[in-house]
Design a protein around this ligand. Sequence first.
Ligand code: FE2
Ligand code: FE2
Length: 470
Amino acid sequence: MSSINYAEKIPNNVNLQNDRTLQRALEHWQPHFLQWWHEMGPSDFETADVYLRTAISVDAQGWAHYGTLKMPDYRWGIFLADPIADRKIGFGDQMGQPVWQQVPGEYRSTLRRLIVTQGDTEPASVEQQRKLGHTCPSLYDLRNLFQINVEEGRHLWAMVYLLHAYFGRDGREEAEELLARHSGDANKPRILTTFNEPMTDWLSLFCFTYFTDRDGKYQLKSFAESAFDPLSRTCRFMLTEEAHHMFVGETGISRVVKRTLDVMKELGTDDPARIRAEGAIDLPTIQRYLNYWCSSSLDLFGSEISSNSAANFASGIKGRPDEPTYQDHVLRDVAMTIETPQGAETVPMLNALNEVMRESYLKDCEIGVKRWNRMIERAGRESRLTLPSSRFRRQIGPWAGQPVDTHGKLIAREEYERRLEDWIPSERDRAFVHTLMQRVIEPGKMAAWIAPPERGINNLPVDYDYVHLQ
Ligand SMILES: [Fe+2]
Ligand SMILES: [Fe+2]
């Protein structure tokens, strides 16, 4: 089951050739996808030879197979993790019953909405990153960007397969809509706010892949627990690809911090103006980018108190990330205290699951921050990078629109407005970062604002010609 059939028009490990109706429907969608890639994917790099990995099977040996190809020739397809024999529902009111191979009628619209919302983020991020290739800091980074882009394209395929295979005509219509909405489009924007934010610099890309792709990881982990088995299997395989995206974010920010520390040492200063004059990004600016993308990504988990999260858990549709690590999988008799601007509120645990997820997400976000701070400490510097409070700059939940500082303290609105410039990138910060975005495409060379990576891709040297431009 785990090997992938590449002889077909659509590579797959779901025996697509045995279901001619589904195969024809997906083959009808395929040229629309390729047209979308041509119009909305990385601009101007269609003839470049890119060193990319492609899955040839879903097991540990085959999922990362490397080769050089042009991006429009990438074999996007449908890959599900192998089924688990006799898998049972692992949480909620139907715990212990067999998982579903079809969508139960009563959950059809909920599941469709969740799959569409997840699916929408995948092409959205490709659209957001469309122009970044023009300002890449190195060929190594350019290749990583394109690897992420083709995989997000494949993640769209993963969700479109579910829509086509299990949701009939509605699903096919949703699949078309996934190509019709566009990031930042005034008339037909993407569903979630974060995926409509423009991304015009690489520091934002690294923050996005660190924070926003990590939200993706947590969403996929909670769907990997789902009682709807095809969704679980799809998400389990997507998670193997997703790890690289967060790697790009974490190492990207590490390399920016390293370069900044080197410049601070050379100049013997931590004066932002002098560091900027040397073409590096001062730590306070990096902190403001972290604040911006972290707070923006926190909203993706939804409201702290949510009846949808309760219903989705109780029905078995969406579990907690790493559900088996918890003791209680039904949660009918537990409560959680949630802090709101009006004071502490005790709610049934089922209604607080978005917050449970947000808390474990933030713990995962801390890992990189600790690593960056160790670098700063080793360089003999006093300052530290931090994550903002989960109440800061929220647009969803009880803290939405509240004047809260980065430590989570309610302050006067006038003070909040005045100090916001200290907490998130100002127009001047963004303008400065933009001046650094000059394309560097000589193999092994890096832009002045970022240190080289510790190693290359797949044991190749850092100065390998990862993207051969025609
Ligand atoms: Fe993805
Ligand atoms: Fe991703």
